[in-house]
Design a protein around this ligand. Structure first.
Ligand SMILES: [Zn+2]
Length: 366
């Protein structure tokens, strides 16, 4: 059930408001429809085998490009440092548009179709925009995507190639968010991957797959975090498996941010005082350059409940991390590469098995 986190109003049956029409609060789906192993339908493609956990309206069509079902590949964590542990890498880079966003955006496109939406706007640093453009094309929805001028060339080209209208905004990521909210105020349907909670059950499918692939719950899951929505979806997914009795424990969740723009890390490490020195600094990890995470509270509580943590990667360690991953055959964008430094920070204390989510393909970076 989707409700406003502030006034608890349920999400309306018709229309696609991106925030609560009553109070302006953020909508959330705190508990996903229960996971039932007997209802997992292996005749369906990718994430759609978990259709019963999506909470989509009955008339929502399956919109798919084959997202999900990504490989889990083991590799040695780090040379040069003395540990040399084996870590499992979840290759979200192999989704249809090259990032994990496809898991959530497939559900978003399905939901939009159920509401007879034919035109929508979205804002993104690149990956969500590319994913939205692809699934909008698939669903016959006209897409307009607002992106920051610094978004990488390959991402811009990808969005345009799918047929979406590209709106480039000068300035910071937050200026892009302001611009798209103005479009929404003027009446556009704002199909926001950050505000709309309809994507969360899609990200939860990564948790279901990881447990199937490992044959058990991981001890630790590490992922990049901008808004932290992937991390939150994973948390909800593992909770769902625990409630169903499929796993006995949930893993420690570790979110990684770029140090130059690390609000979740700042608050987790230093409390509210940490917010005082959050900057929207330059970082090559453009996908996690988010100074005001929309579901920050929920992400922090999920991390805390899992006994996990948030870490920040200094800028100078991002590209060396990208190269270390590439030497193992994993070519990721800088946003994904921030996990490497974080692994070095915490792997000694991390309960095993350790799973690292590689979110975006290196082919998307300049
Ligand atoms: Zn409300």
């Amino acid at each position: 059930m989707i409700r406003c986190t502030n006034c608890h109003h349920p999400y309306p049956d018709t229309g696609v408001p991106y925030k609560c029409p009553t109070c302006g609060g953020v909508f959330d789906m705190p508990e996903l429809p229960p996971f039932d192993p007997a209802q997992v339908d292996r005749t369906q493609p990718g994430i759609w085998r978990y259709h019963h956990t999506f909470g989509l309206p009955k008339n929502a069509p399956v919109v798919t490009l084959g997202e999900g079902n990504t490989p889990l590949v083991w590799a040695e964590a780090a040379t040069g440092l003395s540990f040399g542990k084996q870590v499992a890498f979840k290759l979200e880079t192999l989704n249809p548009t090259g990032s994990h966003k496809d898991r959530g955006v497939a559900l978003l496109a399905s939901f939009l179709r159920s509401q007879n939406i034919t035109e929508a706007v979205e804002d993104s640093s690149g990956n969500a925009g590319a994913s939205f453009a692809a699934y909008a094309a698939r669903a016959g929805i006209k897409a307009r995507v607002f992106i920051p001028d610094y978004a990488s060339g390959p991402k811009r080209n990808q969005i345009a190639a799918y047929g979406a209208e590209l709106v480039r905004i000068m300035g910071r990521r937050s200026d892009v968010a302001d611009a798209v909210r103005r479009a929404a105020d003027d009446g556009a349907v704002y199909a926001s991957h950050a505000y709309l909670p309809h994507l969360l059950p899609g990200f939860a499918t990564a948790a279901y797959e990881i447990v199937e692939q490992l044959g058990q719950s991981p001890g630790t899951v590490i992922s990049p975090a901008g808004h932290g929505i992937l991390l939150l979806g994973l948390a909800r997914g593992f909770d769902n498996l625990k409630r169903a009795g499929v796993v006995a424990r949930v893993p420690r969740l570790v979110g990684v941010q770029a140090l130059s723009c690390a609000p979740l890390w700042a608050v987790y490490s230093h409390g509210q005082a940490g917010l005082g020195w959050v900057t929207e600094g330059d970082t090559i990890a453009e996908g996690v350059r988010v100074s005001t995470p929309i579901r920050g509270d929920a992400v922090l509580s999920a991390v805390q409940a899992s006994q996990g943590t948030l870490l920040a990667t200094p800028e100078e360690n991002i590209l060396p991390g990208r190269n270390e991953l590439a030497r193992r055959g994993f070519y990721v964008e800088p946003t994904s590469a921030i996990v490497w430094d974080a692994l070095g920070q915490m792997i000694e204390q991390a309960p095993e098995p350790v799973v690292v989510v590689l979110t975006g393909s290196g082919l998307k970076s300049n």
